[in-house]
Write a protein that binds this ligand. Structure first.
Ligand code: SF4
Length: 645
């Protein structure tokens, strides 16, 4: 059997699934996936909304009988694949297979930490309500086979409470833990190693790779194929995961260690005891001027910064030599490993004079954040790290997402992923956007930086919400704009439910948005993607401004500076395509089904007035352009009536 026997016109899926629709693009993608699987090659595939990419990669993968890891960017997609799509496809194909769902350890209850928290009431809030929560938690623990907190009936919205009952790599005691044999994290990892199809997330994929590099262990088994869905998230994640840093708090912690201080100060030394020299170097380092942006690349460092880093690096090196001969328990070994990491980062930072352009090198930065100073090593080219990850596995790599490209090609994604040899395909959405959706950028609104802009944007939103029989998303590029519009729009949405990001979990807000339709939801970054609301529940998406990432985000600032130092144009090569991808994600919330309709309103006139606006417009689905607000209101009313309102 081939993929087309299932996905083809009048194929098996069309006979067994009521809602299955033949899609030419889906078959095209399935064929490309089958080729990549058999050649162990790299495929980059943009598959627009509605193509049905999940079946397009699941069916050829299961038919091939190859062992595979499917990695996603969000837990929601992970759960959907594991609980719904894979069992369904496996049943239809008649191919039972051993599957595993592997999440990050923060998603599983840690039995040891939960027990500690139960005995220390100050760690978990008390009172009758909390007693009930604890009893519900105990009952759940009696039954759960996975320890996955997403299955827990007790809502755990408080991050602090959650942190007390989950583990980190640092506080997990591993084999010395009395609960090791029953540990849910250990069990999930064991199952992953024994399965032929593992569903995981990008974060864990990188963690597995970093663990292998260090020679400690591995989280995932050897497989024939990696399928990376929601691949648009990979470049930024790679930058974060492949960076290393030392914080001011970590340095303070080391310098507060009296045992180490005594150890280093014994033996011959100069007039000033060695430990005191380290403390002075640290004090000099943290008192440096941060510069206007709060970030300094290594080519901007003063002699004093460099000297302080050198003193700390060489002092810690001397300490490590003395620690080598000191007897140690487990805690001592962990502390020494941590000190080795800190010393290595400081030494590399202190040696750098100019940013190196070698793709595998790291650039040092000093950052002044709210919690204090951070010394960071960031890869010059995160894609290089990804390429190394791929080369370390003799496997096929399939990367897919609904939006990977900007301006009609995938070069931005390929460049950031350092992909030179790969097959790439762009499969447009099968939806009839020209008939189903309007795009409107009002020329009546002030410039986005005008002090009156948010007033005008809110007034427009109120009028359109009023004429919209369906639900509305107001998507913002900043929390500040969200809060400002929220304050202005209260009282202007009639009887509609007004939901605001931050007032409940994302999951709960989306649940209410659909249950209490037509509702209005104000959201920032996390609602721009991974949200799937079909039908009249969402028929209007309004966006406050073009989503250029702010250079006040340290990651963005560092990338911009890195592009400049590499002689590239950061706006053309980084900021613009990144913003285009984000806008595509936001716009992509609107039409999720072939019977959906609606309007996207982008309040930012730069979309039509600036030269770069054409890159955005060429990248968006081919919606009909509305010239006047009246057209939008009539379109929404007309389609609302057709839908029975
Ligand atoms: S082994 Fe680690 S994660 Fe598992 S229960 Fe013990 S401390 Fe928690």
């Amino acid at each position: 059997m081939r993929g087309s026997d299932y996905l083809g016109y009048n194929g098996i899926l069309s006979t067994v699934l009521d809602d299955f629709q033949y899609r030419d693009g889906q078959n095209q993608l399935a064929q490309a996936v089958a080729r990549a699987l058999s050649d162990k090659s790299i495929l980059v595939a943009e598959a627009g909304t509605g193509v049905g990419k999940t079946y397009a990669y699941l069916i050829p993968t299961l038919l091939s009988g190859k062992r595979a890891v499917i990695s996603t960017g969000t837990i929601a997609l992970q759960d959907q694949l594991y609980e719904k799509d894979i069992p369904l496809v496996s049943r239809i194909l008649g191919k039972p297979l051993r599957t595993a769902l592997l999440k990050g350890r923060a998603n599983y209850i840690c039995l040891q930490r939960y027990e500690t928290a139960r005995l220390q009431p100050e760690l978990i809030p008390t009172g009758q309500k909390h007693e009930e929560r604890r009893r519900a938690m105990d009952d759940w623990l009696e039954e759960t086979l996975t320890g996955d907190l997403s299955e827990c009936p007790v809502e755990l919205d408080d991050p602090l409470e959650r942190a007390h009952i989950t583990s980190t790599a640092e506080n997990c005691t591993g084999r010395r833990c009395p609960y090791y044999e029953r540990c849910f994290v250990v069990e999930a990892r064991r199952q992953a190693l024994e399965s032929s199809l593992i569903v995981t997330n990008h974060h864990l994929l990188f963690s597995d790779w970093l663990l292998r590099q260090d020679g400690f262990s591995q989280l995932l088994p050897e497989v024939d194929a990696f399928i990376l869905d929601e691949a648009h998230l990979l470049p930024d994640l790679a930058t974060r995961m492949l960076s290393e840093s030392v914080t001011q708090a970590e340095l303070e912690h080391v310098l507060a260690n009296r045992v180490w201080s005594d150890l280093l100060n014994t033996g011959p030394s100069s007039n000033t005891p060695l430990w005191e020299q380290l403390e002075q170097a640290f004090a000099r380092l943290v008192s440096q001027e941060s510069g206007p942006a709060g970030i300094l690349g290594c080519d901007e460092w003063s002699a004093s910064i460099r000297e302080s880093l050198e003193t700390l690096a060489s002092g810690f090196e001397a300490l490590l030599l003395r620690l080598d001969s000191a007897p140690e328990d487990d805690a001592g070994r962990n502390a020494r490993r941590n000190l080795e990491r800190i010393q290595r980062i400081l030494a590399r930072a202190s040696e750098a004079r100019h940013p190196e352009r070698e793709p595998g090198s790291q650039w040092p930065w000093l950052e002044w954040l709210q919690g204090g100073l951070v010394v960071r090593l960031e890869p010059v080219d995160p894609g290089y790290g990804l390429r190394e990850l791929m080369q370390a596995h003799d496997a096929a790599w399939i990367m897919t997402s609904a939006s990977l490209g900007a301006g009609g090609n995938l070069s931005y994604f390929r460049e950031r992923m350092a992909l030179t040899e790969c097959e790439e395909i762009i499969i447009p959405s099968p939806f009839d956007y020209a008939a189903q959706a309007l795009l409107y950028t009002p020329d009546t609104l002030p410039d986005v930086d005008d002090p009156d802009y948010l007033d005008a944007f809110t007034a427009l939103a109120s009028r359109l919400i009023d004429s919209n029989p369906g639900g509305t998303f107001l998507l913002f590029t900043s929390h500040r704009a969200l809060a400002a519009v929220h304050a202005r729009i209260i009282g202007s949405v009639g009887t509609r439910t007004l939901l605001v990001q931050g007032h409940a979990s994302k999951y709960r807000l989306l649940e209410r948005f659909q249950e209490e339709a037509p509702a209005v939801l104000l959201g920032s970054h996390s609602f721009w993607e991974g949200v799937d609301v079909k039908g009249l529940a969402l028929s209007l998406v309004m966006i406050d401004r073009l989503p250029f990432a702010s250079p006040s985000d340290p990651l963005v600032y560092r990338r911009i500076e890195a592009y400049k130092r590499m002689g590239k144009d950061p706006f053309r090569d980084y900021q613009l395509p990144r913003a285009v991808l984000t806008l595509r994600q936001g716009v992509g919330r609107l039409v999720r089904h072939e019977s959906d309709f609606g309007a996207v309103v982008v309040g930012d006139r730069r979309l039509v007035e600036r030269g770069y606006g054409s890159v955005f417009l060429a990248s968006l689905p081919p919606m009909t352009y509305a010239r006047e607000e009246r057209e939008v209101a009539e379109f929404l009313k007309h389609h609302g009536q057709m839908a029975g309102h």
